[in-house]
Design a protein around this ligand. Structure first.
Ligand code: SAH
Length: 464
């Protein structure tokens, strides 16, 4: 009879693998255990917390023999915080883990052969320094168990706030900004919002910096139309180094979506500026902007290489955000069309084109899966028959209707930029079913010390 395990059992296991979420995976007589904070190669004692028929989640009780990949996390809060899942693992091992994760998804979900996937792979591009790379952070504001006002990050899988004003993925100066806001709240009796009661005022603090310009935006997300003493808060923050924009985002909904629909200026500009390559970009609070600008430049250069433009091509850039990829492509293409769901981002994209003297890019607001079919049905221009389509969707990947239209448009090449390799592999299976072939893929480590990884893929029509 097979051995069964139950809650509370303590076992000694060796961690052989890691899940996509960064949990260590070990086996006891064929029974699989998922262990948070365990690193591949660790031999450890674990305690079963939640037992299912074939697997269990277990707590790491003691590392008996540490893995050769195990390191001491730089951040004291790493274990409690849900942000970095891989801080106890060497960076070299992290890069290998990420590349393997994408490779396995391409094989398992995409249905590609292992030899082939290995053959067309280009090696993962890591960071020189995998810390302090983020240009944006969103800090929830709340109270700790003793009722003290805190800000930091949510603990994994919960909405308990782990107090931390110096996240080592972000810049050191964020600490001064956060602490200034907390003391201002305390001094003026401004409350933090509570998700349970729906009461209280300040929900989140969002800080974003243009690394090339040094311009900083502070966006306070509030459950109110106006903050008490907001002019004073604006003045105080505006006087701090680099801060060019202090804005209020109003979110009165009972939701875990961070930003509400309305944003207005408290002090300074509505936007900040940054450069990617030699292009300048204006960024407003609700717009998506890549969080790791150092790696983004490398990634876009690769996307441009995969697009293989010679000046005569029509290009669609789907999920274009503020037009960053579009403008990179426009310099090498005849015409670029961008589509994006957030209207503020499209406003930014239009202005970004103008500011950079780019006249061959046009932008449209809407869902890619609605806008693209509409142009396909009703247009007779090169919008209907682009040479290249670039897609950079959010984690959930492309809508089927979007993929279907892309195939109908019959471009020579498709460049797929993805932040979720499972949905990437799912979509590639559809795209490469008949006329198209996967030609190359490469990972870019945009989210060091976390389990997330960016991938760029080149797909080509077989008859070209
Ligand atoms: N290419 C941009 C943005 C990529 S992030 C860059 O590199 O900066 C994905 C973008 O897709 C976000 O800006 C998001 O607002 C947008 N988006 C999400 N769902 C969408 C949809 N259904 N149609 C079009 N855009 C969408």
């Amino acid at each position: 009879m097979e051995k069964t395990y139950k809650k509370g059992d303590i076992l000694e296991i060796r961690i052989e693998d890691m899940s996509d979420e960064g949990l260590g995976i070990g086996k006891a007589e064929g029974y699989t255990l998922f262990v948070k904070d365990a690193v591949i190669g660790d031999t450890c004692l674990v305690k079963i917390m939640k037992a299912k028929k074939n697997y269990a989640f277990a707590h790491l009780e003691e590392v008996k023999e540490p893995s050769s990949f195990r390191i001491t996390p730089l951040c004291a809060k790493a274990k409690a915080c849900g942000g970095c899942q891989l801080q106890a693992m060497s960076y070299e091992a992290e890069l290998k883990f990420k590349e393997n994760k994408v490779k396995n998804n391409l094989i398992r979900i995409g249905g590609f052969a292992e030899d082939f996937v290995e053959l067309i792979k280009e090696p993962i591009v890591g960071m020189d320094n995998p810390y302090r790379y983020r240009n944006k952070a969103q800090y929830p504001v709340g109270y700790d168990k003793s009722g003290k006002l805190v800000t930091g990050f949510y603990a994994g899988r919960t909405h308990d706030i782990i107090s931390n004003t110096d996240c080592i993925l972000g810049k050191e100066k964020n600490k001064d900004i956060l602490e200034a806001i907390l003391s201002f709240m305390e001094k003026n009796g401004i409350s933090a919002y509570s998700e349970e009661s729906g009461k209280g005022i300040i929900r989140h603090i969002l800080i974003r910096e243009g690394f090339k310009t040094g311009e900083v935006m502070v966006c306070i997300v509030a459950n109110a139309d106006k903050l008490p003493h907001e002019e004073e808060l604006g003045e105080m923050l505006f006087a701090m180094p680099g801060i060019k924009s202090v804005v209020l985002n109003i979110n009165k909904e009972n939701t875990n979506v961070i930003l509400g629909k309305t944003t207005r200026v408290i002090k300074g500009s509505e936007t900040i500026m940054d450069y990617l390559g030699d292009l300048s970009f204006k960024i407003s609070a609700p717009s998506f902007y890549q969080v790791n600008p150092v790696q983004t430049e490398k990634l876009y250069t690769k996307a441009l290489e995969y697009a293989d433009l010679h000046g005569e091509e029509a290009v669609w850039d789907l999920y274009c955000g503020i037009g960053t990829i579009s403008l990179f492509m426009a310099k090498k293409a005849k015409k670029v069309y961008g589509v994006e769901i957030v209207h503020e981002a499209i406003e930014d994209a239009k202005e970004n084109a103008k500011r950079n003297g780019i006249t061959n890019a046009e932008f449209f607001v809407g869902k890619a899966e609605e806008v693209l079919p509409e142009f396909y049905e009703n247009e007779n221009s090169d919008m209907r028959t682009p040479d290249v389509i670039v897609v950079d969707p959010p984690r959930k990947g492309c809508d089927e209707k979007c993929l279907e239209t892309m195939l109908k448009m019959n471009p020579k090449r498709i460049v797929y930029v993805s932040c979720d390799s499972a949905t990437l592999a799912r979509d590639l299976k559809i795209l490469c079913e008949e006329k198209y072939e996967l030609k190359a893929w490469q990972c870019y480590d945009q989210f060091s010390r976390t389990v997330h990884v960016e991938t760029v893929v080149r797909i080509q029509r077989k008859d070209t």
